[in-house]
Design a protein. Sequence first.
Length: 169
Amino acid sequence: MADDPEDYLPAWVEVLGRPPIQIGPQTLPEDILPEVAERLEALLSSRNGLKPTIEGWRQLAIELALEYEPAFQIETPVDRNGRSGIGGRPSGWSNWSQRSLMKQELRNSPGISNREAARRVSKRTGHKEGSLKNVLSIPASPPDAMRVLPYKIIATRATEKAARELSQE
């Protein structure tokens, strides 16, 4: 189907979604070389289109280390205290999405009350009407996933700088 959303996915999505490479006692490195090369190329592409250069491989190593290596994990104030340091449960995407839905409904139907907007959104999404009605009366709280981004950027920049300084090129 021409309008199928999957048609618009980058090629690397299919490659990285494949099952593990089957290797047996008789498998030679040359047997799996084409598949491994294709997967490496897809992995580089999945990381903002990195190229197979020295700089590209370095960037891939940094990104994978920051994501998976315990020694490179960071702990931010958000991780320690949640919700901007005030404690409480982690702030997820639901509050943000509920606020967006309510604002959209109020914008698209001028003159309706918060209660009516909450009723319409509740009917459409299944969220509780009471929660929706009150969501605009409390201060907006960005999801913790967005709140940690500045700290992740700092860690990434520091790691990139350290890698450049350690490089023996």
